[in-house]
Design a protein around this ligand. Structure first.
Ligand code: PGA
Length: 220
């Protein structure tokens, strides 16, 4: 059985009370995840402590990921959260998400710096690309293929095409895992997961609802 990554990317959604409600509902539903599924929640920074405390208290097998990381070490960089600050909370970090590239103009050089910072403190980067044209830095173990046209549109890529791109990424960059992201729901998750080169999903909108996210885990 292959290892599967199921990642919730909450983007800039949810306030403290909603985070609490999500966690309580998610636990109540009962997680059917097998040990082979790696569940990762990527919330906004203010909620990392809250979620970490909750999952420790309840002993739930969920990992945390950051949605971003400073390209610098600690210092006078207003607004940035650096790797040393993140490392006690998160195991993973998203780097190169298309929304970071589009709205914050992050280019390959900045993304490379973020990867270096993550690695220097032992955080595993999950490197997002929009397609074959986005380069992947050296030695990235986990890549997420998220075609721009599929993000938040309700129009996912076809599982067959996603599988072809995943295979090419593995061949070209020697990445161990390639995930698919873009309009993943409980209705289509299995069609992606059953592809031989797809090792998980990165879920935006559908992860905001704990019931739907639980179904995604179950049907994956
Ligand atoms: P979506 O977002 O599931 O809402 O399409 C995916 C992502 O941006 O990671």
């Amino acid at each position: 059985m292959k290892k599967l990554f199921i990642i919730a990317n909450w983007k800039s959604y949810k306030k403290e009370k909603e985070v609490q409600e999500w966690l309580e509902t998610f636990i109540k539903i009962g997680m059917t995840s097998s040990i082979a599924k790696e569940l990762i929640i990527c919330p906004s920074f203010p909620f990392l402590i809250q979620i970490k405390t909750y999952i420790q208290q309840k002993n739930v097998p969920i990992y945390l990921g950051a949605q971003d990381i400073s390209p610098f070490v600690e210092g006078a960089y207003t607004g940035e959260v650096n790797g040393e600050q993140l490392t006690e909370y998160v195991t993973y970090v998203l780097v190169g998400h298309s929304e970071r590239r589009l709205y914050f103009h992050e280019d390959d050089a900045i993304l490379q710096q973020k990867v270096i910072q993550a690695r220097s403190v032992g955080i595993e980067p999950i490197y997002c690309v929009r397609g074959e044209d986005d380069a992947v830095p050296k030695d990235i173990a986990i890549v997420a293929y998220e075609p721009f046209s599929a993000i938040g549109t309700g129009i996912p890529d076809t599982p067959e095409n996603a599988n072809t791109i995943a295979r090419k990424i593995k061949e070209k960059y020697n990445s161990r895992y390639v995930l698919y992201g873009g309009s993943v729901t409980s209705a289509n998750v299995h069609s992606f997961i059953e592809q031989p080169h797809i090792d998980g999903v990165l879920v935006g909108s559908a992860s905001l609802d704990p019931r739907e996210f639980s179904k995604i885990i179950e049907y994956a």
